[in-house]
Structure formats: C-alpha cells, structure tokens
Design a protein around this ligand. Structure first.
Ligand code: ATP
Ligand code: MG
Ligand code: MG
Length: 380
C-alpha cells in the first residue's frame, strides 16, 4: 500500500493516522517527541526535529505525499520536501496561517472581515497605534496556541510592558471585540479546487482554550452560510489543498475572521462521529488526489474537550494526576470518548474529548453538559 507522511505527532495527527489506516494507507510520522500520540500508532516514527534534513530525506524517499498537522512547521521544511514529493497544503498557504501579521494582511488584502489591528515590530509602533484599539490584546505573531503568547492590555503603557515581556518578538495588537459568540468552519479543498464544507460550528472558550463545540451552530442560517462562504473564499485565495479551519467571532451581530488553521481543527473533532466523512478522512483524500467525501452532518453533536485539570485530584499539599472514572461517560447513550494516549497530564493540556450525538440539538447539549459535570468539570 502507499505510504503517506505526516509532519507533527499530536492528536490531530493521531486521528489522521487512524483514518488513513482504515483507508488502507501506511503512515510515517515525523515528530521529535518519542511519546507523540500519532507516532505511537504510526507505521514508522521518525523522531527528529522539523528542520532535520536527513530525516526529511528519509520521509521524502519513503512517502508518496506529505501533509502536516502542526501549523508551526517551518515553511522551509515544506518547500524542501516539495522538491521531491507532493506536499499538501503547500508552504505558501501554511506560511500565511502561521504568522498573525501575514494572516491579518491576507484578510485585509482580500476584503475579508477582520477586527481593527496594528502590526508591532518596535516600541514606536505601539506609540503610533490608535488609542481606539484599547482595550486590546497583544499577540505574538508566531507560535501562539490555546491563548498562549497573548496579553490583555488596557493602554499603550501596558502594551509596551507586554511587548517587552514577549522579548520584542513581532506582534499584532488587536482591538478587544465584544463577542456575541464564536463559530468556526472546517472545509476540505482538493487539487481541482472543489470544496466540501462542514456545517458551521459554535465554539465556547474558557481561558482562551476551546471548551465546548456545538454543531451545527445555533447562529441564524444566513450567518452560518456567510461563514462558509468566507471560509471557501479564504481556501481559494490561499490555493489551499487539504483540510482548513477558519475561526470567526460574531461581534455585535457581525462576522469577523479571527484566525485560520492549515489543518484539521479541534472544533472539527465531532466530524468523526457526526458526519458522513470526517475532517481527517478528507485530509487523506485531498492528499491522495481522491474525490472528497460527503461532508453532511447526520446527527446533531456536542464536543467537550478534556483538559489536564480533570486528571488533577487537587489533594494537599501536592495533588496528583490520576485517571478519571471513564465508566461514567461510557454509561451515557450516544456519547463517544476519544483519549489521545498522552503520557503526562498537565493543566491546560488537551488529553482527550468526548462527543455526544443525537437527533435533537437541545437534548444533545443537555446530555453533554450533564456528562461533563458528572466527571467533575465545573459548569460555566
Ligand atoms: P487556538 O489556535 O488554540 O485557537 P490561539 O492561541 O491562536 O488559539 P486566538 O484564537 O487568537 O488564540 O484567541 C483565543 C481566544 O481568545 C479566542 O477564541 C477568543 O475567545 C479570545 N480572543 C482572542 N482575540 C480576541 C479579540 N480580539 N477580542 C475578543 N476576544 C478575543
Ligand atoms: Mg491559533
Ligand atoms: Mg484560535
């Protein structure tokens, strides 16, 4: 069977490996972590840095095509691999999504809705930023995720302080928007430009980390459609091939693009259980030049993230991490638990998720929130 390459070994990669295995492919994973969730189930785990060219040569030689689950893979790595083997998505599309300055500029240049922002490269950029941006969020341009590399700032003095705390790394300063709620769109685009869009999802965040995703979103139908149209336009303008996610804010009734991820997305996990084709199967299909699958959602669904806190017993003086009682979840009809086989629990670390599916959206949400409470995750 053909062998496919995956850059990155996190849970998104692990679900890709599982989908690809079911479809008859072998997978080689490149990730420096010896215990990476995807590496553990891959046919071969190349344990090396993303810029280890000897390892990249091995990957390029052994694989028919290469994709990524880790948005911070160096663009040079993708460019290098592309000399030998198809790489999807390509380096230029990934480069836009992995740098907030490039991303915001892309949105602006393509007439896509985005919030007010300023690019901050040096102290003077903060002095020059309009006062109307405050209160604001300073975000490092690269390598942020789950709300890391972000600081909420009330004024220019605080922004300057935060900029120095980020060691003068290039940043964007974003106006803090008042959020009605957040939604996202996951889609797949093939090499011929055909797109299959999953229904728009509603996302609830806690402390900057995705907490609960409700699909389809309870937004008005026209807003759901508008989000899909914006996401399709973004995919097309990026020349994107693969699975792409676009996060949106709904602020005072208006859709605003927050950011893009050039890979499957946490808010698309439910597609495994609630859609005809999962976002991971679509990634395999786009990578291999196969026709994309049907993206229809056959059941209402709610996905709940399981963070490291849940493992923490909070005991004094030094609490311990231990496994929660999963049987409480297995007892809920329509609920499916997905654990990522991460070796160490940590606060804020995504350890797994569960999805509840059913025919009635309100019923599914109530069930999911009750299950969440039963295993000790406080309600919001
Ligand atoms: P991830 O990649 O894990 O989604 P991230 O670290 O890239 O997260 P963002 O998506 O930029 O972070 O922000 C995380 C969350 O913080 C958002 O989903 C939103 O809840 C809140 N947030 C971020 N920017 C703003 C803003 N300009 N106004 C209001 N809320 C914001
Ligand atoms: Mg992000
Ligand atoms: Mg985000």
């Amino acid at each position: 069977p053909a062998t496919l390459g995956m850059l990155g070994g996190g849970q998104l990669g692990r679900f890709f490996v599982a989908a690809a295995h079911e479809m008859g492919y072998k997978i080689w994973v490149l990730d420096p972590d010896p215990n990476s969730p995807a590496g553990l189930i891959a046919d071969r785990h190349l344990q090396a840095a993303y810029d280890d060219y000897a390892a990249l040569d091995v990957l390029a030689e052994g694989c028919a095509a290469v994709t990524t689950e880790f948005e911070n893979v160096p663009a040079d790595t993708l460019d290098y691999l592309a000399k030998f083997v198809p790489v999807r998505p390509g380096a230029s599309a990934v480069a836009v999504c992995q740098n907030r300055i490039a991303e915001k500029s892309f949105l602006r240049d393509n007439g896509l809705p985005h919030g007010p922002f300023a690019v901050i490269n040096v102290d003077a950029d903060i002095a020059a930023a309009p006062a109307s941006l405050y209160p604001a969020i300073l975000k490092v341009a690269r390598f942020g995720y789950d709300g890391k590399g972000q600081a909420r700032v009330a004024n220019a003095a605080e922004a300057l302080h935060a900029f120095h705390a980020f060691k003068g790394e290039p940043c964007v300063l974003e106006q803090m928007l008042s959020l009605d709620y957040e939604v996202s769109v996951v889609l797949a685009r093939d090499e011929n430009g055909r797109v299959k869009c999953f229904p728009t999802v509603e996302n609830r965040h806690t402390n900057g980390i995705l907490d609960v995703s409700i699909a389809p979103a309870r937004a008005s139908a026209c807003q759901r459609d508008a989000a899909q149209e914006y996401a399709e336009r973004i995919a097309e303008r990026l020349g994107f091939i693969g699975t792409l996610a676009v996060e949106f804010f709904v602020s005072r009734g208006e859709l605003v693009v927050n950011e893009m991820a050039p890979r499957p997305h946490n808010s698309g996990h439910h597609t495994i259980d609630a859609c005809v084709t999962s976002q991971y199967e679509q990634q395999v299909r786009a990578l291999c030049g196969l026709p994309l699958g049907e993206a229809r959602q056959h059941s209402a669904s709610v996905m709940v993230n399981l963070l490291g806190e849940l493992w923490y017993d909070g005991g004094e003086p030094h609490g311990r991490y231990r496994e929660p009682d999963w049987s409480l979840l297995h007892a809920v009809p329509g609920l499916r638990l997905h654990l990522y086989a991460k070796h160490h629990a940590r606060h804020g670390r995504k350890m797994g998720h569960f999805t509840v599916i059913g025919s009635d959206a309100d019923d599914v949400l109530a069930k999911a929130l009750a299950a969440r409470q039963a295993i000790g995750i406080r309600g919001d």
